[in-house]
Design a protein. Sequence first.
Length: 247
Amino acid sequence: MTDTTPTRSLKIFRRVIVAVIIVSFGLAALLGIIVLLGGNLGSEQYRALGTTATIGAFSVAVLCCAALAGRRLQIVGFIGAAVAVVTAILTVWLIWYRYESYPDHFYDALSRWTWTGVALTVALSFASLLLLLADRRQAAVRIGLVITVALFAVVLGMTIYAIWWSSTIEGDAFGRTLGVFAILAALGAVIVPVLSLLLRDPHPATGLSSVSVALLEAEAVRRGIPVDALVDDLLRESSPADPVDPR
């Protein structure tokens, strides 16, 4: 069975992402263990532990974003993964940054951009996981998904505003409003996936039995590709345009 070029590229991309995450996470964990077993903890050791935690956290974020690869909205995942990588680099730079080597305004700008990247990484990681449900046909799931993504966008916008223009914020109204939207966004991030599991699809895409669906999903997992890509491969192979094996 021959893979199509997009499917093969997708499989290679996923393997590269997983390999990079495993290697980086493994090296970071090894570094952390060496630091912890190396004796007294000083500033350099704490920086090394901070680097370990940074690599681990952003590796998980990249993995969340990569979950959208091969889906209709995969561009969101690609952007999220790129932002996570850049933010991880900025964070490590900030951890090892020597304050006396650069002017204060440079450190201030670096800090603001780093925190902006952190906010974008968190938002895009959660959005990538939620957008895995974008193809669901249940009205409640679709409406809930739109509302939840909109709430995440509001929280992200307010967070970035607070990072860059905190001096213009007076009183506690802004913080209270941000807290309310953040709670509602978190609530939606829990409720929408639960609804997708509990509600039956009113307009199933196919008339396949549950056994057939399970077999397709198992084969897709074995090949490391989405079910849609597997069906595309099977349809291409059975196309009348393909040469017929005389056997």
